[in-house]
Design a protein around this ligand. Structure first.
Ligand code: NAD
Ligand code: UDP
Length: 313
């Protein structure tokens, strides 16, 4: 059993963050969850509130906070394109000022800090699959830029804190992750399709549906995040975390319709600006340094996610 720590999880009230808080508590740690509930929900962590090892602080990480902890997972940031584009200035602030505030804590306390970066740093990738060496193809003035460039700048900050101050940084590039506790209306494709199929509504395919994504089940993602935090101080990343199985949005829609056993049809809508045409992680580095690879395939993960949405709708 590893040493008991007090661990800060920013964005701990969100989809991935709530699963991470749960996991860290189960591992015997004290968890401090900081969230402004912009896209998270108290419902995600209500079952943890009674635990004597769990603390919740409603706080926006763009403002400084003074806190004593042993490690930080920085997950605070809206992740759905609909949400991060709703207040794009605040999205950039969360990525940049929020990271500076969290890195400041890591610097003062000399503790490890993990940054939830994203496959969006690769933009609309010209290399496929994406390795960590690829620098990306990102529009810096488009509607997705607040998030893409915000997260890229956050990575820059993390690596400068490493070079200048020797902070133990851990940068992971998360590819599309799905599972229970996604918001039913957050606009991401997995939740949209499942909710639409369960309600017998048309599944909204953006563009011609030939664009691809690689979907990682949340339990696998949590394993990867925890494994990365447990690496020695010199392991900084960036490291891709995702499931390399690659699907078109048409394939995803058909699979959801089949698994829900729904009569829903597909309807085509305009493709959002700068929507990447393809996404697939090369996860050899994660395999090498973390001995990690996803275990849950899409069909199995979707069934669990469908059960969840069926229970809350
Ligand atoms: P989410 O929107 O469910 O969770 C984000 C959480 O951060 C929410 O609880 C939200 O209220 C909180 N938050 C947002 N801005 C904040 C601020 N300024 N101060 C404090 N709290 C704030 O999203 P998620 O899918 O759980 O994503 C978690 C992290 O993982 C994000 O940083 C996201 O960029 C990253 N990520 C997620 C995916 C994915 O597919 N889910 C992919 C790549 C990267
Ligand atoms: N998408 C879709 N229908 C929807 C929502 C999304 O076809 O109802 C598409 C979207 O255009 C993108 C893919 O699904 O090509 C993944 O979108 P999501 O917002 O989940 O994640 P991201 O674009 O950030 O990878």
């Amino acid at each position: 059993m590893q040493k008991r720590k007090t661990i800060l999880v920013t964005g701990g009230g969100g989809f991935i963050g709530s699963h991470l808080c749960e996991r860290l508590l189960a591992d015997g740690h004290d968890v401090v969850c900081v969230d402004n509930f912009y896209t998270g929900s108290k419902n995600n962590i209500r079952h943890l509130l009674d635990s004597p090892n769990f603390e919740l602080i409603r706080h926006d990480i763009t403002f400084p906070i003074y806190i004593e902890v042993d490690a930080i997972y920085n997950l605070a940031c809206p992740a759905s394109p609909v949400h991060y584009q709703n207040n794009p200035i605040h999205t950039t602030k969360t990525c940049v000022s929020g990271s500076i505030n969290m890195l400041g804590i890591a610097k003062r306390l000399n503790i490890p800090i993990l940054q939830a970066s994203t496959s969006e740093v690769y933009g609309n990738p010209l290399e496929h699959p994406q390795t960590e060496q690829y620098w990306g193809n990102v529009n810096c003035i488009g509607v997705r830029s607040c998030y893409d460039e915000g997260k890229r700048c956050a990575e820059t900050l993390f690596f400068d804190y490493r070079r200048q101050l020797n902070i133990a940084i851990k940068v992971v590039r998360i590819f599309n992750t799905y599972g229970p506790r996604m918001l039913p209306y957050d606009g991401r494709v997995v939740s949209n399709f499942i909710v639409q199929a369960l309600r017998g509504k048309e599944l909204t395919i953006y563009g011609d549906g030939s664009q691809t994504r690689s979907f990682c089940y949340v339990a696998d993602m949590i394993e990867g995040l925890v494994a990365m935090m447990e690496t020695p101080p010199d392991v900084t990343g960036p490291v891709n975390l995702g499931n390399p199985g690659e699907f078109t949005m048409l394939e995803l829609a058909d699979l959801v319709i089949e698994l829900v056993n729904s009569n829903s049809r597909k309807v085509f809508k305009p493709l959002p600006q700068d929507d990447p045409a393809q996404r697939k992680p090369d996860i050899s580095l994660a395999g090498k340094i973390l001995n990690w690879k996803p275990q849950v395939q899409l069909r199995e993960g979707l069934l669990k996610t469908i059960d969840y949405f069926a229970s809350i709708l």
